[in-house]
Ligand binder design. Structure first.
Ligand code: GLC
Ligand code: CA
Length: 597
């Protein structure tokens, strides 16, 4: 398992790595497949679907947390890092899943949640028991200040980020729920414990870590008050990209990561391009890649997460292009729209139609970076028509609703509309396997409602339909592995085309004219020795054109594009329907990729 450490590597965009060449499929185990009828997905359920994932062409799975947890935040509150959650099965089930996945050529990346633990973790149970317990400094304890919380930080899940603990008469910090106390990374013993635990999993043979809110582990010196938004100062201000975060990750890399051949991705909320260049630097001293959120913040209104503004396509193009250009050759990015914390992209950027799902997939998967598919995205699964607040299960949505309506800051109906659009529960409804009751997810009562559209959107129907969203995903995933294209798709440079095409100053009218057309090229030089001109000529250029709107559009094709030799690589409209001209006519949600040679 341990690899030769002398082999010093560069991870720049030209260095070949398996975690660049594959697509990652994320599983939210609670909602994927229930094998025993208790209404909760589980490890044996996942194992029973490996064939489905193989069919899709997946070689890397990221599992959201499967560890022992009281489930205040569905497993992101871990009570024992070396045990499996009772509802999900046993360690034997995990070992069987890992072995079978490996036999099928599928790697497994584990969620690593070490910014915080559960308050039911043994470390916290001891830490809170007395002021002089050995584990007291494993967490962040502070005295009250004038009978109040030590600072004005708010938790990401509403309320103060501090909880008063009666036993010892002090506050502890929790950036998420009060059942998720933050670990004190300044304490070297905490780092030893975390690194030992990671080594234990690596020795078991897992293939990597997705690191939960890893940009938040080093808090600002002195925990100062921050700027207030609403009732508190969002704790992100005092925790993201803190003073020691890179030092801690470099230590982690030296002591654990560098000893194995892993995929490591940091969930880096609040990361800037400059910071990302450090987290995912090409020298490989920290992590392989970042997973950042700027583009999914573009439909946030002035009131933050629970206010909505339409996603502006020019802003989206500009933002994604910035990340493409800035990281090229110096760091590596993740390509995603969906995960377990995001609403469904087909309901957000698309119009719920299969064509829009395919168009968005094309736009994303042909950029430089590692693409992620979140369970059900490959079926075009949509947001769920939740009714009242009682339909929700997510602590973030429920707490926000309570806090904002009770404080009189928002009207219930209006807030519910925003929650329906943005809630994380949209991603967490059960996977839609077939049109049998409960979408074939469980024979019991599912823990959260099933989206009623499962009768038409489901895996069984889509596997059988050559034109389905599933089969489109399968095709673009296969192209990434096709020796003819993989080089340019994975390693090619990126250029946005005609960014200003039809772009009016009115970004409030996002779908106005050609600005909804997202077009770019990817280019990879040939490898033949000889002149640069020769390599340019031997190279491959892809032209990707996506009409991100439900209206017909045109796209002004640049003069240097030679249609006569263009080859259609993929698209969601048949070749016969394409007329290649300087003013390319695009159907609603049309996407196409050509090779220009
Ligand atoms: C990350 C996870 C999210 C979780 C939070 C706290 O953002 O993706 O689901 O609630 O961290 O662990
Ligand atoms: Ca179950």
């Amino acid at each position: 398992m341990a690899r030769n450490c002398k082999e010093k590597r560069s991870f720049g965009s030209t260095a070949r790595r398996w975690w660049k060449e594959n697509v990652v499929y994320q599983i939210y185990p609670r909602s994927f497949c229930d094998s025993n009828g208790d209404g909760v997905g589980d490890l044996n359920g996942i194992r029973s679907k490996l064939g489905y994932l193989k069919e899709l062409g997946i070689h890397i799975l990221w599992l959201s947390p499967v560890y022992k947890s009281p489930n205040d935040d569905n497993g992101y509150d871990i009570a024992d890092y070396r045990a499996i959650m009772d509802e999900f099965g046993t360690m034997e089930d995990f070992d069987a899943l890992l072995a079978e996945a490996h036999q099928m050529g599928i790697k497994i990346v584990m969620d690593l949640v070490v910014n915080h633990t559960s308050d039911e973790h043994q470390w916290f149970v001891e830490s809170r028991s007395s002021r002089d317990n050995d584990k007291r400094d494993y967490y962040i304890w502070r005295e009250a200040v004038d009978g109040h919380e030590p600072n004005n930080w708010g938790s990401c899940f509403s309320g103060s980020a501090w909880e008063w603990d009666e036993t010892t008469g002090m506050y502890y910090l929790h950036c998420f729920s009060k059942k998720q106390p933050d670990l004190n990374w300044e304490n070297p013993k905490v780092r030893d414990e975390v690194f030992d635990m990671m080594t234990w999993w690596c020795e078991k043979g897992i293939d990597g870590f997705r690191m939960d809110v890893i940009s938040m582990i080093s808090k600002k010196e002195g925990l100062p008050d921050g700027p207030v938004e609403g009732l508190y100062s969002p704790c992100m201000y005092g925790t993201c990209n803190g003073p020691h975060v890179h030092e801690y990750l470099q230590e982690m890399n030296r002591r654990v990561l560098s000893k194995y051949d892993l995929m490591t991705v940091g969930e880096t909320a609040g990361v800037t391009v400059e910071e990302a260049k450090k987290y995912a630097n090409a020298e490989g001293t920290e992590l392989n890649m970042v997973f950042q959120f700027e583009h999914v913040g573009l439909d946030e209104g002035p009131g933050g997460k629970w206010s909505i503004t339409p996603m502006s396509i020019p802003a989206l193009k500009e933002n994604l292009t910035k990340w493409e250009k800035e990281l090229d050759g110096v760091a590596w990015n993740s390509l995603f729209f969906c995960n377990h914390d995001q609403p469904r992209v087909v309901s957000r950027l698309g119009d719920n139609s299969p064509q829009s799902a395919k168009c968005i997939a094309t736009m994303l998967h042909f950029m430089q970076g590692t693409p992620y598919v979140y369970q059900g995205e490959e079926l075009g699964m949509t947001n769920c028509p939740f009714g009242s607040i009682e339909d929700y299960r997510d602590i973030e949505s429920i707490n926000a609703y309570r806090e904002l309506t009770e404080a009189g800051l928002r009207q219930p109906e209006e807030l519910l509309e925003c929650i329906a659009y943005k809630s994380r529960d949209n991603a967490r409804t059960p996977m839609q396997w077939d049109d049998s009751p409960n979408a074939g997810f469980t024979t019991g009562q599912p823990w959260i409602m099933v989206n009623p559209n499962y009768t038409t959107i489901n895996a069984a129907a889509e596997l059988a339909d050559p034109d389905s969203v599933f089969n489109y995903y399968k095709q673009i995933i296969a192209l990434r592995q096709d020796s003819k294209w993989s080089d340019v798709i994975v390693y090619g440079s990126y250029d946005l085309l005609a960014p200003e095409a039809g772009r009016s100053a009115a970004s409030e009218v996002p779908l106005d004219g050609n600005e909804a057309v997202f077009a770019y090229t990817r280019h990879r030089e040939g490898r033949s020795p000889g002149s640069a001109a020769r390599r340019q000529k031997d190279g491959v250029t892809l032209l990707v054109v996506c009409n991100l709107s439900d209206q017909a559009r045109t796209f002004p094709v640049p003069e240097n594009v030679q249609w006569d030799s263009a080859e259609l690589v993929t698209g969601n409209v048949p070749q016969a329907d394409l007329t290649l001209t300087r003013e390319l006519a695009l159907a609603p949600w049309q996407a196409a990729v050509w090779a220009l040679n």
